[in-house]
Design a binder for this molecule. Structure first.
Ligand code: FAD
Length: 434
């Protein structure tokens, strides 16, 4: 069975490897010249563009981030600079001989159902390499193209932005803290990228404010008794508690745990709703930066004026020079028809976040379209194992109606991993944001 894998990031590598494990024939198409996806931040160095940050450190620990059959080298630190994470992915690629199955410099431009899809489940895949398009027929497809490609910039939610005379941009366009030198900076959105950018800006800017409508749980990488946060929060016990205790009790417990470092209410950061509402922000510096006045937390933006901003419930205007919108990303699959994967309101209609429920044949799956509380690698691997077994016919999906019910319920109770404030932006990472 021939399987097309789109993308050679974490998900695409796991997909390729799991296909091989099941005796399938994967061909992985990667638009860039190397593996690693978002972690290939060194591409910038190779291309001669100045490297802005010596490294970006992972949020999840190596213990919790490893693929199940390939541990991180012992001498690697617990939280990894992106270069080491990339090194790990390279080792994984070599160890399982994945490289020979990857076609670099090949962009997947379209994936359509083959005319006899209803009986064969096959797909017509068109790729482009060196300006030349090639058509292929595959028995199945794994889409592993990542979810940080289309910045979301909802300017219509910010009255007055059209007359603001300062500079504003999406976090994805952020290149270097020099742009903030001596300026008054407003960061809109309190997700990982917003906080990272604010902390960096505060080293050179005259003033830095973060505007947040809902607050966020802020966690230190170093958690109870010095353990990495994800080794404490992502245990079977914690997951049992989160899913089985009555809502108010589990809310109280989590509230207690995440307030041990500092009381979020005292810092103006207390999330307005429950634990399920927000992805936590990982940052070791923000509390002390707030205490020392380098960063100020502000409520939501009410209105922009020519050279200033008004916040809700604050009568005074704050003069500002630069606004960074850390407003997240929109999910998109430019090479797929809407009828294959429906995306509405930043939610892709996928059974268990993986399978489009309405296909006559379960021969297309999306991997890595998840924002877990913890590392993505083991989850991408589990998805890849499941998908390759479904492709092979060793696992059956439930009937369409059951899958659609699950999709609709998820949509209704969607965990608001809030893109406006919850997602860390890739900035200068791997994809080369020229
Ligand atoms: C700043 C930041 C920090 C993060 N920290 C962590 C962390 O600590 N732990 C963690 O688990 N996760 C973290 N993540 C999440 C991260 O997204 C995942 O770890 C992982 O990189 C996702 O891999 P992926 O393969 O799904 O997507 P990507 O890494 O985005 O890879 C997608 C690949 O697909 C290729 N591609 C896209 N479209 C096409 C096409 N049409 N044709 C061919 N190729 C295509 C791209 O070139 C790319 O190589 C972080 C993310 C960011 C942005």
């Amino acid at each position: 069975m021939r399987v097309a894998v789109v993308g050679a990031g974490v998900s695409g590598l796991a997909a390729t490897k799991c296909c091989l494990d099941e005796g399938l024939e994967p061909t992985c198409f990667e638009q860039s010249q190397d593996i690693g996806g978002l972690w290939r931040y060194t591409e910038l160095i190779e291309t001669g563009r100045p490297s802005l940050y010596p490294s970006v450190i992972s949020n999840t620990s190596k213990e919790m981030s490893a693929f199940s059959d390939f541990p991180f080298p012992e001498h690697f630190p617990v939280f990894l600079p992106n270069a080491l994470l990339l090194d790990y992915l390279r080792r994984y690629t070599e160890h399982f001989s994945l490289r020979e199955h990857i076609r670099f410099g090949s962009t997947v431009v379209s994936i359509h159902k083959h005319p006899d899809f209803a009986t064969t489940g096959q797909w017509d895949v068109v790729t482009e390499a060196g300006g030349k398009q090639t058509s292929h027929v595959f028995d199945a497809v794994m889409v592993c193209s990542g979810n940080f490609s289309e910045p979301s910039l909802p300017l219509q939610c910010f009255p007055g932005i059209e007359r603001f005379r300062g500079q504003y941009f999406h976090s994805r366009q952020y290149k270097h803290p020099d742009v903030f030198q001596g300026k008054r900076v407003l960061v809109v959105g309190m997700g990982n990228s917003g906080v990272d950018i604010a902390v960096e800006a505060s080293r050179v800017a005259a003033k830095v404010m973060i505007s947040t409508t809902r607050g966020a749980w802020l966690l230190s990488r170093v958690f109870e008794h010095g353990y990495p946060w994800d080794m404490i929060l992502n245990t079977r016990l914690m997951s049992l508690i989160k899913t089985n205790l009555p809502g108010p009790l589990s809310w109280w417990l989590i509230n207690y745990k995440v307030n041990q470092w500092f009381n979020h209410e005292n810092y103006g950061l207390q999330p307005e709703n429950s634990w399920r509402v927000r992805e936590p922000v990982l940052n070791d510096e923000l509390p002390s930066y707030i205490l020392t006045g380098r960063i100020t937390i502000k409520p939501g933006v009410k209105e922009f004026k020519d050279n200033s901003v008004l916040f809700h419930n604050c009568p005074e205007e704050e003069p500002i020079d630069i606004v960074v919108f850390c407003t997240g990303y929109t999910i998109s699959f430019p090479f797929l028809k809407e009828s294959v994967v429906r995306v509405e309101n930043k939610h892709a209609s996928l059974y268990k976040y993986v399978f489009p429920p309405q296909l006559q044949k379960p021969t297309l799956a999306v991997l890595g379209l998840i924002k877990p509380l913890g590392a993505i690698m083991p989850i991408a691997e589990m998805q890849a194992r499941w998908v390759s077994r479904v492709f092979k016919g060793l696992c059956q999906l439930p009937p369409q109606a059951v899958m659609e019910k699950e999709v609709n319920e998820k949509k209704k109770n969607q965990i608001q991993w809030d893109f406006i404030s919850g997602q860390r932006a890739p900035r200068d990472w791997g994809k080369g944001f020229q």
